[in-house]
Design a protein around this ligand. Structure first.
Ligand code: ADP
Ligand code: ADP
Length: 224
């Protein structure tokens, strides 16, 4: 749980400006979508927040603290991508445990955390399977479970549903919303799908060509 303040953030690749003076104040426990066409800078902004890309100017604050000096790991942000890259040779249980094992957390605690994440995501019956034995939707639930298992400050998702078929997409987004409400987790969700942003978000940042055109509640944005 955390608030995220994006203050006058710009990002250029060489001389090409991708993000131009963005300002967004994201509240603790809010579900935010970055919505806009391909190439408008959504992923770049997400990566800057996660610490996977450096910003060119401006600042990003977590809970009021400037995080520009912090590595991706120290930002304690969880990321989920569309291709749910699970470790293929590990069971679901070990995929869920992996981020905790890397932090050298005691096995007893790991068992509890994995059981907690598995229950939240309905993975209890699948813990001994390998990723190859799961459906696309189940894999994406494991990816979400692995992202939240260490209780991150925020969950950032980049088009997490776009590899799922239509029915599964709706079910999985309902799951993600339920989880976010239950955990009161700050979530940033990148999508080019307007309906997805509408049903999921407390507020939507509508982006175009490196700027935020609107940042408001779905009904405010789409009233006209
Ligand atoms: P979106 O997520 O909205 O599709 P991106 O953030 O991926 O957009 O990309 C925004 C712009 O930045 C695009 O024009 C893209 O070509 C450019 N871009 C992204 N990554 C790089 C990079 N590593 N080097 C140069 N340009 C990049
Ligand atoms: P972190 O630094 O977040 O603890 P890693 O740097 O090990 O994790 O991996 C970053 C991401 O890359 C992982 O979340 C995972 O999705 C993917 N990844 C890394 N290694 C593998 C692998 N061997 N097989 C599949 N995906 C992997």
């Amino acid at each position: 749980m955390t608030s995220i303040n994006i203050q006058n953030v710009s990002k250029s690749y060489i001389n090409y400006p991708v993000l131009q003076g963005l300002n967004l104040d994201i509240r603790d426990g809010e579900f935010i979508s970055f919505l806009g066409p391909s190439g408008c800078g959504k992923s770049t902004l997400l990566f800057c927040i996660a610490g996977l890309e450096d910003i060119t100017s401006g600042s990003i604050l977590f809970d009021g603290r400037d995080i520009s000096g912090l590595s991706a790991r120290d930002r304690n942000i969880a990321l989920v991508f569309q291709d749910y890259a699970l470790y293929p040779h590990m069971s679901v249980r070990d995929n869920l445990a992996f981020p905790l094992r890397q932090q050298k957390i005691p096995e007893e605690t790991i068992r509890k955390q994995v059981a907690w994440a598995a229950e939240l995501l309905g993975l209890d019956q699948l813990l001994d399977r390998s990723p190859a034995e799961l459906s696309g939707g189940q894999r994406q639930r494991v990816a979400v479970g692995r992202a939240i298992v260490r209780n991150p400050a925020a969950l950032l998702m980049d088009e997490p549903l776009s590899n799922l078929d239509a029915g599964l997409r709706v079910r999985t987004r309902t799951e993600i919303k339920r989880l976010q409400r239950q955990l009161k987790m700050t979530v940033i969700f990148v999508t080019h799908d307007q309906e997805e942003a509408m049903v999921l978000s407390d507020r939507i940042a509508v982006m175009n060509a490196g700027i935020v055109q609107q940042f408001a509640e779905p009904m405010t944005i789409y009233r006209e």
